[in-house]
Design a binder for this molecule. Structure first.
Ligand code: HEC
Length: 234
């Protein structure tokens, strides 16, 4: 019992520590709005504008994305397909991997499954975790991915942060978004990557709910049937 109280207390004090002061903590939860189409569309828009230059989504097709997110083919063609791909094609990038590896030191990985390997919370904090570091080739480092080879592509939106002595991140140059707006934008972006990691998730959950409702209704019938069968036996 004492042990349990001690553990509970230490967890409590840790979370209290994490909650105190500073703008940004590298372990904030993403709290994704699963299945929210507006959020997914906005996330997709951010992805296609800011990430697709370097990161493909090789397991995902344009058309499927459009259908799942409620984006019409015309809008898809106009706003999302920049390289003349057909709507049934996989979402690829034009840059050959070997060039990319030369330019960035590491090839930008395909992000189809990134939400499953890294998790939504990690991605959320990664995209919010860039801070100024003159020793790095792109002038930024990242608080959850040390010495990352990726530039801070969302800097025009977020602005530039510095790392304080306590390890918090503070904005020193403002971007076009407030910190709250930026957090929401990143949440939508991660929501989109989470969807890409498992496009069937929404459907799977809906089917699960329907199955449970079916079992519930079936139980009522089964119960009365059982009563009927046994009524003469007692
Ligand atoms: C200019 C090219 C470029 C753009 C644009 C870009 N990235 Fe990257 N990204 C990279 C490179 C290069 C790496 C590999 C870094 C390394 O391994 O050090 C990387 C790594 C990553 C990783 C870590 C992958 C891992 O190894 O776990 C994530 C996540 C990521 N990028 C997300 C994004 C998102 C989201 C966007 C759009 C907002 C984006 N990137 C835009 C070049 C880019």
């Amino acid at each position: 019992m004492k042990k349990i109280i001690a553990i509970a207390l230490s967890v409590f004090s840790l979370s209290a520590l994490a909650a105190g002061g500073g703008d940004y903590k590298p372990n904030d939860p993403a709290n994704l709005p699963y299945g929210n189409k507006v959020s997914l569309q906005r996330g997709a828009q951010l992805y296609f504008n800011y990430c697709l230059g370097c990161h493909s989504l090789g397991f995902q097709r344009y058309q499927r994305t459009g259908e799942d997110l409620g984006i019409s083919v015309d809008i898809l063609k106009e706003n999302f397909i920049f390289d003349g791909s057909k709507k049934g094609e996989h979402i690829k990038i034009a840059m050959p991997e070997s060039y990319a590896a030369n330019w960035f030191g590491a090839a930008p990985p395909d992000l189809s499954l990134i939400a499953r390997s890294r998790g939504a919370d990690w991605l959320y904090n990664y995209m919010r975790g860039f801070y100024k570091d003159e020793t790095r080739p792109y002038g930024v480092n990242n608080s959850v991915f040390k010495d990352v080879g990726m530039p801070h592509v969302l800097q025009p939106l977020q602005g530039l942060q510095v790392k304080t002595e306590e390890g918090d991140l503070k904005i020193i140059e403002e971007g076009s978004m407030t910190p709250q707006e930026y957090d929401l934008a990143v949440r939508d972006l991660v929501n989109f990557l989470d969807y890409v990691g498992e496009p069937i998730k929404l459907e799977r959950q809906q089917i699960g709910v329907k199955v449970l409702i079916f079992i519930l209704i079936f139980f009522i019938f089964a119960y009365f049937l059982k009563k009927e069968y046994w009524k003469d036996i007692h």
